[in-house]
Design a protein around this ligand. Sequence first.
Ligand SMILES: Nc1ncnc2c1ncn2[C@@H]1O[C@H](COP(=O)(O)OP(=O)(O)OP(=O)(O)O)[C@@H](O)[C@H]1O
Length: 324
Amino acid sequence: MSSDAATPTTPVARVKSTGLHKGEIGPGVAKVDPILVADGVKRTFGGLTAVDVDHLEIPRNAITALIGPNGAGKTTLFNLLTGFDKPDQGSWAFDGKSLSGVPAFKVSQRGQVRTFQLTKSLGLLTVLENMKLGAQHQRGEKFFSGLFPWLWRAQEAEFDVKALELLKRFKLDTKKDDFAASLSGGQRKLLEMARALMSDPTLVMLDEPMAGVNPALTQSLLEHILNLKDQGMTVLFVEHDMHMVRHIADWVVVMAEGRVVAEGPPADVMKDPAVIDAYLGAHQDVDLGVVTGRYEGELSNEAAELVAEIEEAQADAGQQKGKE
Ligand SMILES: Nc1ncnc2c1ncn2[C@@H]1O[C@H](COP(=O)(O)OP(=O)(O)OP(=O)(O)O)[C@@H](O)[C@H]1O
């Protein structure tokens, strides 16, 4: 890892977005300005219902976290909304236009982009080549334009400039000619994010941005995600790291067994008995970190704090029940 990439940028204090919803908070609550609206989306695998979402709205220009225990259906929902999988039923619209049945490459052309993990084959491309894969409307790929090399050469040069600018912003410019496979876990995450920005998206969907990231790069990654919002983009991310969720999310959507069981501002959601039930369920004796697979063995201070918070909320919920 380059020492540059590991240097955390100075954190900037940012106010969280509030007032994102209309009416009483609960699963499926309407948003003041939704960028993505899903209705009746269901996906089954044999007898198993992986996703069964009645209604979901994602607020524009905010950071929304999609959380839930293992197997809750988060990744399947991500795959459906981005055209990587097809639902049994349901519809959804991005920026007011239906996206149902639209294939993944067209979804990203419309401005809704998701990060995808560096597979083995992408690891054998250089960092710069990976970036150029994220660019849209590649003229050289079209038959007619392909006949006139000067057209695609000009575009190729544009992509080079854009890719290098982004790599610089993500402190990966010195790695541009390295195989992507040689990057550290955190640098890969940065590359995934930088690659997604090649197509100037409106909505960026991040799949577990913190997984496998060394603590030295955590701050830098968080800053990059917050910057996306500052630049007018909307962020939707799946994450198991509750500390990160509380730290950067303006809104949290909780899934369990395919359904949205709760949503709201992070501080409120973490205290919602439905969320505690979803995570702890039958495992009342197990801490949240172990349930989410994020912590093994000894808990970090943050995780211990969160578990204490949940236990406190559980005790409150128990006391309230007792009073009823
Ligand atoms: N291709 C598939 N074939 C069969 N079952 C699947 C398939 N994809 C997902 N599932 C099942 O659907 C359910 C939801 O899985 P999904 O990966 O969406 O959950 P998740 O919330 O993303 O979990 P995790 O946090 O562990 O990634 C799980 O029970 C999973 O085993």
